[in-house]
Design a protein around this ligand. Structure first.
Ligand SMILES: Nc1ncnc2c1ncn2[C@@H]1O[C@H](COP(=O)(O)OP(=O)(O)OP(=O)(O)O)[C@@H](O)[C@H]1O
Ligand SMILES: [Mg+2]
Length: 500
């Protein structure tokens, strides 16, 4: 058996998690929330608005071919009016215009410049890294665009807080899916290549390679990156000591702390660390924090610095979104064949999002039968197969990937410049309500770090039409229409997106 169980404890039946059809199949304990008596920290009421000079930001190279990525290219194009609301209590931080300003070790600077190929920090990194790295190492809640480089913020944070001579866990990063944990672990290894810091990727494994917890050696790696269920299992089995942990990161934190996400597991891990060593610096990162999660966060993560980007500014100007009204379901498949495949010469890699595992299989079969090459991924697949599909896509061996929301968040592949919503994201329990957050994360798989990208939303039913309308209203962003059977419209759309 893989390390994947589902259990119920105490307070009634386990609520299904609602983020697409994907659940990291790990144990979950339900418990009541102590939400009623807490009040927001007074420190957070003091708001200091900081503006960061744009002078050091590279201007966008106007003509990168079809969003093709050139090595070492500094692409991030943050709108001039990008307003970041920052709350820092009484502490004053100076933003960093170079990585050298941050007092990082020579080994880490080498990793950033030579291994990662980064020239200078993005705006988000320039603002958040001083907050993360400056004593007294306050907690941080950071919201910034998809693809704006949040991973670097917390990986630099973790690498800087580890003492390489101490062979014990000192940093933990928790992610919603095994794919994201593996990706973040790969970034940490690359960035920290010259630092001699060890890491463990704590994720569920297939039955073939499963080793019972009791038979595992205590963890001596210095950084642990994994999914909440597996990390919790290590902790419960007393194989993972958190006594020396001084930094705890939640990637996709809004989902990790949402009631229908991994809130219980996440809170449990935080509490165990408090019990064991009095607590540590907690960093929360995501492109989205809805009001409910924000309110919860300010209750459980006390005295945090906060950094938020306005919701309307979240969809990058470099990403063009369109809607395609299709007369029926077959027409949707026709659009994929005739447009998404046929216009492939202008597109890089493409991700097609569907709402359920069955749709992924169905679409994959329909396309393969007619000789269209694609792969698909969803949570019911064997872990090994999931690894293989992701690796092939990351290696550029496949161009079109069909995915459920398993890859909606965090998945980073620079060559993806087209996202198709074959099914629009809707709330699990109320299918007429769009999942605005998931929409933003899905489309954010294209146009990474300021690259160009295009999004096609396929609309078939009246429900789809309403969902799309609500999404447009929520982000105050008009989405133009292209006719499903018009090559001219698609060509024009790709031109507008800067891809043709
Ligand atoms: N300072 C930098 N210079 C150049 N490229 C960078 C820099 N920082 C990050 N990148 C690149 O930008 C891309 C997006 O970064 P990352 O995956 O961290 O985004 P993110 O903010 O976590 O997005 P998401 O919200 O979708 O998870 C990555 O390919 C990363 O290597
Ligand atoms: Mg990310």
């Amino acid at each position: 058996m893989a390390e994947t169980t589902t259990s119920t404890a105490g307070n009634g039946p386990v609520k299904p998690r609602t983020w697409g059809d994907e659940v990291e199949e790990e144990e979950q304990e339900q418990k009541k929330l102590e939400s009623s008596n807490a009040t927001p920290s007074p420190d957070l009421e003091k708001i200091e608005k900081l503006t960061i000079s744009d002078e050091s930001e590279p201007s966008k190279t106007g003509d990168d071919e079809a969003g093709v990525v050139k090595k070492n290219e500094s692409l991030l194009h943050e709108p001039d009016e990008l307003k970041v609301e920052i709350k820092t209590g009484d502490t004053i931080y100076e933003s960093a215009s170079t990585f050298e300003d941050l007092n990082l070790s020579a080994e880490l600077l080498r990793g950033l410049h030579h291994e990662m190929g980064f020239v200078r920090p993005s705006k988000i990194q320039a603002i958040s890294l001083p907050m993360i790295l400056t004593p007294p190492y306050k907690n941080l809640v950071a919201q910034a665009h998809n693809g704006s480089g949040k991973t670097t913020c917390f990986v630099v944070g973790m690498l800087s807080r580890v003492d390489p001579s101490k062979k014990v866990p000192q940093a933990i990063c928790i992610c919603p899916t095994r794919e994201l944990a593996m990706q973040n672990d790969a970034v940490l290894s690359k960035m920290g290549k010259h630092m001699g810091i060890t890491s463990l990727c704590a994720i569920p494994t297939d039955s073939a390679s499963y080793v019972p917890m009791a038979k595992r050696l205590p963890v001596t790696e210095q950084v642990i990156i994994g999914t909440p269920g597996t990390i919790k299992k290590y902790m419960s089995a007393r194989k993972l000591s958190v006594r020396d942990v001084n930094i705890l990161v939640f990637d996709e934190a809004d989902h990790m702390l949402a009631q229908d996400g991994f809130r219980d597991d996440s809170e449990r891990i935080m509490k165990d660390i408090v019990r064991s060593n009095g607590g540590c610096q907690v960093l929360l990162f995501s492109a989205t924090f809805n009001e409910e999660v924000k309110a919860f966060v300010s209750r459980v993560v006390k005295d945090a610095n906060e950094m938020y980007v306005e919701k309307e500014k979240l969809s990058l100007a470099t990403l063009k979104q369109y809607k395609v009204h299709c007369p029926d379901e077959l027409a949707k498949i026709q659009v994929i064949k005739d447009k998404i495949f046929e216009f492939g010469k202008w597109l890089g890699q493409r991700i097609i999002f569907v709402h359920a595992r069955n749709s992924a299989r169905m679409l994959h079969d329909a396309l393969s039968k007619e000789g269209y090459e694609c792969t698909s991924i969803h949570g019911a697949m064997q872990q090994e197969d999931r690894n293989k599909i992701v690796k092939e896509f990351k290696d550029g061996l496949t161009d079109v990937l069909i995915s459920t929301d398993l890859l909606a968040r965090g998945f980073d592949q620079a060559q993806v410049n087209c996202v198709v919503n074959f099914d629009l994201p809707a709330k699990f329990h109320s299918p007429t309500e769009p999942d605005d957050e998931v929409y933003l994360h899905r489309i954010g798989r294209a146009g990474r770090f300021g690259r160009r990208g295009v999004v096609f939303n396929l609309i078939c039913s009246e429900r789809d039409r309403v969902l799309m309308e609500k999404i447009e209203r929520n982000y105050e962003h008009h989405v133009a229409e292209v006719r499903w059977d018009s090559n001219d419209d698609f060509e024009k759309a790709l031109k507008e997106a800067g891809l043709a």
